[in-house]
Design a protein around this ligand. Structure first.
Ligand SMILES: Nc1ncnc2c1ncn2[C@@H]1O[C@H](COP(=O)(O)OP(=O)(O)O)[C@@H](O)[C@H]1O
Ligand SMILES: [Mg+2]
Length: 191
């Protein structure tokens, strides 16, 4: 018998409605989703289809309008702001389209800014080596290509050893060839 897959995220009838004055935008209309440990899942859809909204709710950056979301046995829909902050800190790594590196810090220092406050972090050097940047430790963001900067952002996100890594259009600012390099780094990190 194959082992029972371990559920990491589960959502049921999840909705998100943004209200702007009289206008309601239904960003999510009843999402049922199950994601399992070890998976690398890619969510595709046109601009405005609710991908970022869903990722932000799964990562505890935003809350649902109705329905339920669980991370393992944490119910994110009933969690307090403080509990969501702890959940993010202990379990989630985020990577965004624009790398959000600190320009005045080197690659190593950008990663160290996170590992210094994490509980059981990797060293910045190990995290950067994992994404193929072992020879760029002391480079500043402006001295690196877009793909390299995004790999620093990935190293920063994984260095705290998060349980899950949520990436919102991580290759969106890159040409397709560089995008492949970044996806390969993510695949390696997941493995
Ligand atoms: N803060 C917000 N206020 C109002 N509407 C929003 C907000 N964020 C997203 N939306 C709307 O919700 C829908 C889904 O957006 P989004 O999740 O960003 O889609 P995607 O990431 O797939 O492009 C869009 O119609 C968008 O305009
Ligand atoms: Mg988006």
């Amino acid at each position: 018998m194959p082992p029972t897959p371990q559920t990491v995220f589960l959502s049921r009838a999840l909705t998100k409605t943004y209200r702007m004055g009289d206008v309601e935008v239904h960003a999510l209309r009843g999402i049922d989703l199950e994601l399992y440990a070890g998976e690398m899942v890619v969510l595709l859809g046109p601009s405005g289809s609710g991908k970022s909204t869903l990722l932000n709710i799964l990562g505890g950056l935003d809350t649902a309008t109705s329905g339920e979301v669980f991370y393992a046995d944490h119910n994110l829909t009933t969690a307090t702001e403080k509990a969501l902050t702890l959940f993010r800190r202990e379990h989630v790594g985020f990577v965004f389209q624009f790398y959000n590196l600190i320009p005045s810090l080197t690659a190593r220092e950008n990663v160290a800014a996170v590992t210094e406050i994490a509980e059981a972090p990797m060293t910045p050097e190990d995290a950067l080596r994992l994404v193929g940047l072992g020879d760029r430790l002391d480079h500043f963001p402006a001295q690196m290509s877009g793909g390299e900067q995004q790999r620093v952002a990935i190293a920063r996100a994984i260095a705290k050893n998060p349980s899950v890594l949520l990436c919102d259009e991580p290759t969106g600012a890159l040409d397709s060839q560089t995008g492949v390099v970044v996806l390969e780094a993510l695949e390696k990190v997941n493995r």
